[in-house]
Design a protein around this ligand. Structure first.
Ligand code: HEC
Length: 101
């Protein structure tokens, strides 16, 4: 029984570890810094901070801008930004901003 538990743990472990690349996300975030700040803290009150935001939330909001699902507010500014990102870019950028404490 113990062996079985151990085997299933080893098998599921790789899927639990995030495959996102924080360094690649940091490199991709250079364009984002113009509005969201160099360290993810925006200098402009109407632009949101991204520093320390939940990774899953960043992924879902970027995908929602990209697909056009997220509308209203100032989403028209964000949509073209998100549309330039691949799913891998989104995962890496989300990992980067959520890693900032
Ligand atoms: C030209 C300015 C500008 C640039 C460049 C920009 N953003 Fe944004 N971003 C905004 C604005 C404005 C909003 C708020 C949009 C709204 O009202 O929905 C926003 C919202 C967001 C949100 C949602 C935040 C939340 O709390 O819901 C995320 C995530 C985000 N941006 C990520 C990025 C990333 C990643 C990049 C770079 C690829 C980027 N942004 C580039 C202006 C910008």
């Amino acid at each position: 029984m113990k062996k079985l538990l151990l085997a299933s743990l080893i098998l599921t472990l790789p899927t639990m570890v995030s495959a996102a690349d924080i360094e690649a996300g940091k490199a991709k975030s250079v364009v984002c810094a113009a509005c969201h700040g160099a360290d993810g803290v925006s200098a402009v009150p109407i632009y949101p901070n991204l520093k320390g935001q939940q990774e899953a939330y960043l992924v879902s909001s970027l995908k929602a801008y990209k697909s056009g699902q997220r509308q209203g507010g100032m989403s028209a500014i964000m949509q073209p930004q998100a549309s330039m990102l691949s799913d891998t870019d989104i995962a890496n950028i989300a990992a980067y901003y959520s890693s900032l404490k």
